[in-house]
Design a protein around this ligand. Structure first.
Ligand SMILES: Nc1ncnc2c1ncn2[C@@H]1O[C@H](COP(=O)(O)OP(=O)(O)O)[C@@H](O)[C@H]1O
Ligand SMILES: O=C(O)C[C@@H](O)[C@H](O)C(=O)COP(=O)(O)O
Length: 294
């Protein structure tokens, strides 16, 4: 069975107070999955510029495989400011390379051989990448083993109800945080009920295999039909929480693909994301003791 795991969408530079760090939610996901020994790919686009060269160099140094096109737009950058507890606020540059990911024959072949893909709403803000992501999802086989993970990642105003509904219908796993869940519930018209009820509604309505709800320092939940797993968030010294959610999704997905039960996968995800919060940027190397858990 094919085991390729894909992170599809933005690959960019996070410009943090202490300097620029490699990032982009789907790229973070693919990197962390690769640290657990999976054959993963970043699918994205970078510009024909020095920032683009450097992104490709960093991925090569990290041993991360890529399917990244060079396109005539600037490589993506994000200005990241951190609050007092390391929680980021993003100012995301528009009209950049990852907004213009082309659908190629190579990408079609990759889709046919993909076991799990993680995609978000941000890279769908422009039609070109949105079409590519949807073609990729539609080309992927629809077997019981395939995971199509929608890490909703609502950023600034870069989403519409139509795009969110469409992605909910195409995915079979949803990753959402507590603030995003409130926003989604307002958009979809079921405010007022508690967070867990909202999750059960989404799980049933979109026929999801799993729904991952993360609540920052207040813990996290994994809902599967009829069963919910809850884990506290450990207290750690935080550098920044950039990429916490992506590393959580990556560790959880890696564990599930390795055949671990949901609760064990959930526990690993909590530990991995807590470690990522102790480091600067979204793609720190994980300690061997965490890598060895899978
Ligand atoms: N300050 C923190 N300390 C330890 N772990 C954290 C911290 N913030 C986030 N995490 C971990 O990362 C997960 C995802 O973070 P969260 O902020 O909820 O989502 P996202 O990064 O997707 O917005 C949390 O459920 C938690 O396990
Ligand atoms: O791709 C993004 O959404 C923004 C990036 O600047 C950042 O690298 C990121 O991915 C943050 O992800 P999260 O903290 O795991 O939600």
């Amino acid at each position: 069975m094919n085991q390729i795991v894909v992170g599809m969408g933005e690959a960019l530079w996070d410009c943090l107070p202490e300097g620029k760090k490699i990032g982009g939610a789907p790229a973070n996901f693919a990197y962390h999955v690769s640290q657990f020994g999976f054959d993963s790919r970043v699918v994205s686009a970078v510009g024909i510029d020095a920032d683009g060269d450097e992104i490709l160099d960093v991925f090569a140094q990290k041993g991360l495989r890529t399917q990244i096109e060079r396109v005539p737009y600037p490589t993506g950058t994000v200005q990241v400011t951190l609050d007092a507890v390391g929680v980021p606020c993003y100012e995301i540059k528009e009209g950049v390379a990852w907004d213009n990911i082309p659908f190629t024959d190579e990408l079609k072949r990759l889709a046919l051989n993909t076991r799990a893909v993680c995609f978000g709403s941000l890279a769908q803000r422009n039609e070109a990448s949105r079409i590519t992501i949807n073609r990729f999802l539609d080309t992927m086989p629809d077997g019981a083993e395939q995971l199509k993970i929608f890490d909703i990642n609502l950023r600034q105003g870069f989403y519409t109800k139509e795009i969110l509904c469409d992605s909910m219908r195409r995915c079979n796993v949803l990753k959402i945080n507590d603030e995003e869940l409130v926003t989604i519930s307002r958009i979809f018209g079921y405010p007022g009920i508690d967070l867990q009820d909202k999750c059960w509604i989404l799980l049933a309505k979109y026929n999801l295999k799993m729904l991952i709800l993360t609540c920052g320092t207040n813990g996290s939940y994994v809902f599967t039909p009829g069963v919910v797993s809850f884990q506290e968030t450990p207290r750690v010294p935080v550098a920044d929480t950039v990429g916490a959610g992506d590393s959580f999704t990556a560790a959880f997905t890696s564990a599930i693909l390795s055949g671990k039960p949901v609760q064990e996968a959930h526990k690993l995800a909590v530990e991995v994301s807590a470690y990522v919060c102790t480091q600067s940027g979204a793609m720190p190397e994980l300690p061997q003791i965490l890598k060895d858990r899978i």
